[in-house]
Design a protein around this ligand. Structure first.
Ligand SMILES: [Zn+2]
Length: 203
């Protein structure tokens, strides 16, 4: 378990032994002075609450319409899956698949992995496949792109504004909230989960 004992500067690639820091203290690179990491006390309850809320919000955002479009007298509701299927039907299956993966499956897997790691840990139990889960969690972080989707929808709403009356619906707020929740979850330092697992659960 040596891989979490070092830290690499993102700016100049210098490699350091991970020093023990007092809570709240920020470690800086000795070569270029860039911030390395902060010892932010990690609260498992907060992480767990964020992950559970994210799971509920993800389900709601996928079930409820994202926008309603009103052109003259016709009103249409657009859900994420309606849009993905429509994209698939127009022959760009690759785009539909990419959207389904980055907006639904990767965030879902990420949230489930967080719960899988955090739930046993919260009660001091050993997580089955902890190392594997943590590696997958780290590898998946860049592939969960709910925020890109939210930006895309906003751009589409602005573009459509002249042609149709576009009203954001619950699904839209759900994805916006999901972006915030996932950003908060991913802002926690995963190294600290390794440390907690070693202290509490690896006995
Ligand atoms: Zn540096």
């Amino acid at each position: 378990m040596a891989n979490h004992a070092i830290v690499i500067c993102e700016h100049c690639d210098a490699v350091f032994q991970r020093p023990m820091l007092a809570p709240g203290v920020l470690a800086r690179c000795t070569r270029c002075d860039a911030p390395l990491y902060r010892n932010r006390p990690l609260d498992l309850d907060v992480m767990l609450a964020l992950a559970l809320t994210a799971l509920i919000v993800l389900v709601l955002a996928n079930v409820f319409p994202i926008v309603t479009l009103q052109v003259s007298n016709t009103e249409r509701e657009a859900t994420l899956w309606g849009a993905i299927l429509a994209t698939y039907d127009t022959g760009v299956a690759f785009v539909a698949l990419l959207a389904a993966l980055t907006v639904f499956f990767f965030p879902l897997l990420q949230i489930l992995l967080y719960l899988h790691v955090l739930l046993p840990m919260r009660w001091g139990l050993r997580t089955a496949g902890f190392r594997y889960s943590m590696h997958v969690l780290r590898a998946m972080q860049p592939w969960s792109m709910v925020e890109v989707f939210v930006l895309g929808v906003l751009v589409a709403v602005v573009k459509l504004a002249g042609m149709a009356e576009v009203t954001p619906q619950l699904g839209m707020w759900g994805f916006a909230l999901l972006t915030v929740l996932l950003t908060l979850l991913n802002s926690f330092d995963l190294h600290q989960l390794w440390d907690i697992a070693q202290e509490r659960c690896d006995g």
